[in-house]
Design a protein around this ligand. Structure first.
Ligand code: LLP
Length: 424
């Protein structure tokens, strides 16, 4: 069910008016529905009922502590790509033994910290990384649980920037290299082989590439058994797309059925790393109209949110739905919705039919994933406040940044922390 509905012409999130939220907390504001996050997570995990599995939410999609704590309370695992994300998971009450660590390169301290906390698995992406993790584990006198990320060379048919499973992408290793890495890994004293892993891309709306990837992985699992390398789990990554506009998406139950069918009689635990599916449609970016402007026949809505708050439209030409929070009975027109940033690429939506006036609140939908987590201070703008709504209650889970927050790490020139090569 949608947790964004109109009541008396005003768009609400769960039981609260987005107009009231704008008035009370200011804008830009990221506003998430707790119920929507929980429903999406439960839908995913329940699709695999009866099958040993672990849903590891991809923290990068939305790493707010409040969001992570909701998922930790439901028993979710987490997919991380940095020590910062690991710390967030721990502080949100997540269980480190349900954490998988992805990414093409991991820093020494990040590997050390993950070993110390006893994470479930390192998803390894190169031969040198295998050696690095073995060395650090050996120094710490522990065993490092690993899987190897295979690049299955399937076309996920998504935006080139978020496609990861083709051989020209930097991610994973080829089948042949993976096979030889497993054999080498077996001989390494501080490596404990746990599984195999792939992630073919993001915002995938077609089931076929997933099935193809699963077949290629299963084939490798069977080959490895022949040389007596037995894996405990298969990690298929994330990537299930959501509906932003009118695209038909993957039915999770159908996805679960197809994957389990490919698994057949095998007894492996399945691991998944969904990010967008869990949070994208659970959040809006709430913004206020500062000005309406007409340049030579082009209508612009100038918002107080810009590409620093939500970069997806500028970076991926992504389309996200836009609503005026309070409908008015005036005439509509077609607008480009832009932000205050000094770049022509600073747009949030283009060519939308809206009835709008200065001062109105605008909701940019499907902003729960890769929204705040990709935001920046470009143009020295404070990052947005983040709020989670549950029923008729609003929880502020991140304060609006202040200019002092932004400047605290900087100093004038010359600084008290100067360093000269003459000092050596
Ligand atoms: N696992 C790995 C190893 C990943 O690299 C990713 C996403 C995920 C899981 C989660 O994928 P999801 O289920 O969210 O599709 N900023 C882009 C998306 C980048 C995705 C990067 N990797 C966007 O806004 O569309």
């Amino acid at each position: 069910m949608s947790h964004f509905e109109r009541q008396d012409g005003i768009l609400h999130i769960e039981q609260i008016s987005l107009e009231k939220i704008g008035q009370d907390f200011g804008t830009p504001a990221y506003v998430y529905s707790k119920a929507a996050i929980e429903e999406a997570y439960l839908q995913y995990t329940e699709a695999f009922t009866g099958q040993k599995h672990l849903v590891c939410y991809a923290v990068k999609a939305n790493s707010n502590l409040g969001v992570l704590s909701i998922l930790a309370n439901l028993g979710a695992g987490f997919d991380i790509v940095s020590g910062g994300e690991l710390e967030r998971v721990v502080r949100a009450g997540g269980d480190p033994s349900k954490v998988v660590f992805s990414g093409v390169a991991k820093l020494e301290w990040e590997i050390g910290k993950a070993l110390e906390l006893g994470i479930a698995c390192f998803n390894i992406e190169s031969e040198t990384e295998l050696d690095q993790i073995n060395r650090i584990a050996s120094d710490m006198n522990v065993q490092a649980p690993i899987s190897i990320r295979v690049n299955p060379d399937v076309d996920a048919k998504t935006h080139p920037y978020i496609s990861t499973g083709l051989k020209e992408n930097k991610f994973g290793v080829s089948r042949d290299l993976a096979m030889s890495m497993y054999i080498r890994a077996e001989a390494l004293s501080n490596i404990d082989i746990k599984g195999i892993d792939c992630h073919i891309g993001s915002q995938i709306t077609d089931l076929q590439p997933f099935i193809e990837a699963m077949h290629r992985i299963i084939d490798m699992v069977d080959e490895l058994e022949k040389v007596n390398i037995k894996l405990e789990h298969i990690d298929l990554g994330g990537g299930i797309g959501v509906q932003y506009k009118d695209e038909s998406t993957i039915d999770v139950e159908e996805y679960a059925g197809a994957i389990q069918q490919s698994l057949g009689h095998r007894k492996h635990t399945l691991i998944f790393e969904p990010g967008r599916f869990i949070v994208a449609n659970a959040g809006v970016l709430l913004s206020q109209v500062l000005h309406l402007k007409n340049n030579e026949g082009n209508n612009f809505v100038i918002l107080d949110a810009g590409m620093n708050d939500l970069i997806r439209p500028a970076l991926y030409q992504s389309w996200q739905a836009v609503s005026v929070v309070k409908t008015a009975a005036a005439e509509s027109a077609r607008y480009n919705l832009v932000g205050p940033i000094c770049e022509s690429g600073d747009f949030l939506a283009r060519d939308r039919e809206l009835t709008v006036a200065a001062g109105d609140y605008i909701a940019i939908h499907s902003s729960g994933a890769y929204g705040f987590s990709m935001s920046s201070n470009y143009n020295s703008r404070n990052r947005a406040v983040e709020l989670i709504v549950s029923g008729d209650t609003v929880h502020q889970v991140r304060k609006r940044e202040t200019i002092d927050d932004q400047l605290n790490l900087e100093s004038l020139f010359p600084s008290a922390f100067s360093y000269s090569t003459h000092d050596k």
